[in-house]
Write a protein that binds this ligand. Structure first.
Ligand code: UDP
Ligand code: MN
Length: 281
């Protein structure tokens, strides 16, 4: 069997701690599937759709069914305060969807902050023996290209599309030492997006538990990190390096023009009217 030579001289494909950065052309899909198919894995996928964000579910789910882990067992867990508004989307064999009724909040910051805690609980109380891998994804997004087993790893982070290739001093880390999310100017590897986190369920449990505790301490001290749970996530990954990093192919933004080094956009945040969809400014 011959192997394709995968070269992407135009992008960085490994981190300084030798974790792969996943770009189109750097992996062989056939080999990836050969590894994971035989393990008959289940990929749990959490998505929060509180308040008007429930309207994003239809496109999210329909495009996921065309692109996300096709021919794998996928179990979506939809957290929402509006279970009746969850659209009926036809799922392919091997795929399931569970709606989890969740209390809403009148502050969007509170909603994103509480994701860590709710994922922690879901894993502890349910997923730990039911799924091998988990992804937590933003709902205000669509899939435009294939996303499969190449994205699997022990603990998986994603390069934020707004900051990849930027120098560290441009990263919007939390800079106030009073916050548990504080990162010093001379520290930090990348700026990771909070919209896509993944990995083995036990490893993501550790991440969500740690971030939730740090969020609790901040709350106690009446400080909210500049980018809420994303700030704490970045702090976590500073000391617990991701074993795999997804390129911005896996977290793009519709309003951004596609540069030449982005060969395929797999998942992208749609353009939304913040004033219209969020419960508060
Ligand atoms: N979210 C929600 N309802 C809200 C605000 C946020 O369900 O009123 C969830 C939703 O899953 C969303 C995620 O929290 O994708 C992150 O918030 P948002 O996408 O608004 O943040 P951004 O990606 O714009 O920074
Ligand atoms: Mn979003």
């Amino acid at each position: 069997m011959s192997h394709r030579v995968c070269v992407r001289p135009d992008v960085v494909t490994t981190t300084p701690w030798l974790a792969p950065i996943v770009w189109d052309g750097t992996f062989d899909q056939t080999v990836m599937d050969a590894i994971y198919k035989q393990q008959n894995i289940t990929v749990a996928t959490t998505v929060f759709a509180l308040g008007k964000y429930v309207d994003f579910l239809k496109d999210f789910l329909e495009t996921a069914e065309k692109n996300f882990f096709l021919h794998y067992n996928v179990h979506y867990y939809v957290f929402t305060d509006r279970p009746d508004d969850v659209p009926a989307v036809t799922l392919s064999p091997g795929r399931k969807l569970t709606v989890l009724k969740t209390a809403s909040s009148d502050r969007w910051q509170e909603i994103t902050l509480r994701r860590m805690e709710m994922i922690e609980k879901l894993i502890e109380e349910h997923l730990i023996h039911k799924a091998e891998y988990i992804f937590s994804l933003d709902v205000d997004c669509k899939f435009y290209g294939p996303w499969g087993a190449e994205s699997l790893g022990d603990i998986v982070a994603t390069l934020h599309p707004g900051y990849y290739g930027e120098s560290r001093n441009k990263f919007p880390y939390e800079r106030r030492p009073e916050s548990q999310a504080y990162i010093r100017q001379e520290e930090g590897d990348y700026y990771y997006g909070g919209a896509v986190i993944g990995g083995r369920v036990d490893r993501v449990l550790k991440l969500t538990k740690t971030c939730r505790k740090q969020l609790d301490v901040d709350r106690e001290n009446k400080i909210e990190a500049v980018w809420q749970e994303e700030s704490h996530l970045n702090k976590y990954f500073l000391y617990n390096k991701p074993s795999k990093v997804l390129s911005p192919e896996y977290l793009w933004q519709d309003f951004k023009a596609k540069p030449p080094n982005i060969k395929v956009i797999r998942f992208s945040q749609v353009i939304k009217n913040y004033a219209q969809v969020r419960p508060n400014p």
